[in-house]
Write a new protein. Structure first.
Length: 454
């Protein structure tokens, strides 16, 4: 089949979140199943056309938005796996900003409107002969709405990665067909199927969109982990490699992580890596951390959101417990390297989220032999099984979300399990979980084929 994906970010070009990981890994997995795949995304300032060997089309995509004419460039390239990448460029709207959400709501809305019109123009021409459209997130939803208004009749799938991410208001007609009900609902009505990452998220989405989506099917297809990026047996960012059978390389990664963070190098102290993107969940952790740090433990906080008060709270913890707590940013090349090492060197990983629209972080840390400590919510509740008292069953330590005492209890339970005889077997067990993209790609392929045949 010939499939086109629409997204605002894609690994390795731009972005580090769930959408970027999915948009990078799913097309690659689909290509391995002999599908033809293209991806359309904006050409933001961090994407170097020369570095990625992008070729610019001579003709531009020209249209009017809000009474003003915009002429967008089209750049084409191809990834190593054979996926065609089509970039929409505009000096003012895309080239000068790092991401979709840069600037005010009005600026973001205009950026989305111009991109959506450009996508609609490409889908209308359909020179590659695409058979199905797979849009991602609220920008993908806006693009489906614009394409529908332009008369594009290709069958469409909309993946909603986070039901709360509905984009800015577009009631002034910046995107045709988007009104007061919101961008996600407008796009969902244009899709034959709405895809999400788990049954729990499907339920949440149905409740939030309600009657706005009519009788559209919401289908749960779990995401996977890109093994080309997250694989402890091949990861070039690690000082030693390891697998479920031989964890000696993981011990070396732990020691290197401790040295790099300048905390005591101790095999007998559990290392807990803390991950997450939601400010409120991080604030709850900061309040709970002093009681966590009274235990014999080393905690590494990675990539906390840069919001008022949060960074100061983390800095205070580091000043008070320098041998037990370190906080680091994930910005830049060094941040990316530390991201891999901190997962490989961790014994446990605390994932901070109140909603868990996906379970990619828990799946990645499991791949690296770090046992997740996670709230029982969203996609995580469908993915992680709570460990029993003897560590004979289960794949992580669950606690109830949005509760400081529950968070503390979950961490303490995991720390207590670290020194027990069965902990090494638990690490090996979680590493053996099949979280590859192959199954997900096959389910997506069956979905596409069903839409085209119907």
């Amino acid at each position: 089949m010939n499939i086109v994906l629409i997204t605002h970010e894609m690994d390795p070009f731009v972005g580090r979140g769930t959408v970027a990981q999915v948009a990078g890994a799913l097309p690659k997995a689909l290509r391995s199943l002999d599908h033809e795949v293209s991806v359309i995304l904006p050409l933001f300032e961090g994407i170097d056309p020369a570095k990625h060997s992008l070729a610019r089309r001579l003709s531009k995509l020209t249209f009017e938005v809000g009474g003003k004419e915009y002429a967008c460039e089209q750049w084409n390239g191809r990834t190593i796996s054979g996926v065609e990448a089509i970039f929409i460029g505009h000096e003012e709207l895309f080239h000068s900003v790092p991401a979709l959400d840069a600037g005010s709501d009005d600026e973001v809305a205009l950026r989305a409107g111009v991109f959506a019109r450009a996508v609609a123009a490409l889908l209308e021409k359909n020179e590659p002969g695409w058979e199905v459209v797979h849009a991602h997130g609220w920008l993908g939803a806006a693009s489906l709405a614009a394409a529908s208004e332009a008369g594009v009749g290709l069958p469409a799938v909309l993946t909603v990665h986070d039901p709360r991410a509905d984009g800015p208001s577009m009631e002034d007609g910046i995107v045709p067909g988007v009104g007061s009900e919101g961008v996600l609902a407008a796009g969902a009505r244009r899709a034959e199927v709405i895809a999400v990452g788990s049954p729990n998220v499907a339920k949440t989405l149905a409740e939030s969109l309600g009657d706005n989506i009519g009788n559209r099917e919401i289908r749960a297809i779990a995401n996977g982990v890109d093994e080309a990026t997250w694989n402890p047996l091949t990861d070039p960012e690690l000082p030693a490699r390891f697998d479920p059978v031989d964890l000696r390389g993981k011990a070396r990664c732990k020691a290197e992580l401790q040295r790099r963070l300048e905390v005591p190098v101790r095999a007998d102290a559990p290392v807990v890596t803390v991950l997450g993107r939601e400010p409120e969940a991080w604030r709850r952790f900061v309040k709970t951390a002093p009681r966590i740090l009274r235990n014999d433990v080393q905690v590494i906080a990675l990539g906390a959101p840069d919001v008022d008060g949060l960074r100061d709270g983390l800095a205070d913890l580091q000043d008070r417990w320098p041998d037990r707590f370190q906080a680091r940013s994930l910005d830049g090349k060094e941040g990316g390297k530390l991201d891999h090492l901190a997962r490989a060197g961790a014994d446990l990983a605390l994932v901070l989220t109140d909603h868990a629209p996906d379970a990619i972080d828990p799946m990645i840390v499991q791949r690296y032999g770090a046992v997740p400590i996670v709230p029982r919510v969203g996609a995580i509740a469908d993915t992680v099984v709570d460990c029993d008292a003897n560590l004979e069953t289960g794949t992580g330590f669950l606690f109830e979300a949005k509760d400081e005492e529950e968070l503390l209890g979950g961490v303490r339970r995991a720390i207590g399990a670290f020194g027990r005889e069965g902990f090494g077997d638990l690490q090996s067990r979680v590493m053996r979980i099949d979280s590859s993209w192959e199954r997900s790609a096959r389910l997506h392929g069956m979905l596409y084929e069903g839409l085209v045949e119907s």
